[in-house]
Design a protein around this ligand. Structure first.
Ligand code: SF4
Length: 151
């Protein structure tokens, strides 16, 4: 723990999940929680369901350490599925600072690309630039940057 921030490595059972977001069929969330800690964040509710009900939003992140391997198995079972874009991410920022160390997102998008699934990234972090080698080689993939204002 540093400056009140803590990181845990966890095992995940699934990583590519069906989405309820309009026009998004599949979503991958490599982390639980988000270091950016935006105060307006609707995903704060996630903490209640992940054993962090008493942690302050932005001060704790779970790393789905086995996500790349689980994703590989899921993708193997999706051979006949249409190659729809996969969103990273819906309830975390896949390129928050912990990604610099763990590279879970990088390993996941490499596997998605290997299986010809387009990638749709939504992030606040320029760390995504480190993965442009993979994303730019994956047709129909896109990167969206989100910004915040006081109004
Ligand atoms: S960057 Fe996105 S996922 Fe992270 S706290 Fe802000 S709104 Fe939530």
């Amino acid at each position: 723990m540093r400056d009140g921030f803590s990181v845990c490595e966890i095992q995940s059972k699934t990583i590519a999940n069906e989405s309820k977001i309009p026009d998004v069929e599949l979503v991958v969330n490599p982390y639980v929680g988000c270091q950016h800690g935006c105060s307006y964040r609707y995903a704060k509710f996630m903490m209640r369901f992940t054993g962090h009900a008493f942690d302050k939003w932005g001060k704790h992140v779970d790393v789905k350490i086995n996500a790349p391997e689980i994703l590989e198995k899921q993708l193997d079972s999706m051979r006949k599925r249409q190659r729809v874009p996969v969103l990273l991410s819906s309830v975390t920022d896949a390129y928050q600072p912990v990604e610099r160390r763990f590279e879970i997102t990088r390993k996941c998008i490499q596997r998605l690309s290997n299986h010809s699934f387009p990638i749709s990234v939504l992030t606040k972090s320029n760390l995504v630039r480190r993965n442009l080698d993979i994303i730019s080689g994956n047709p129909k993939s896109e990167v969206g940057m989100t910004t915040i204002t006081l109004d």
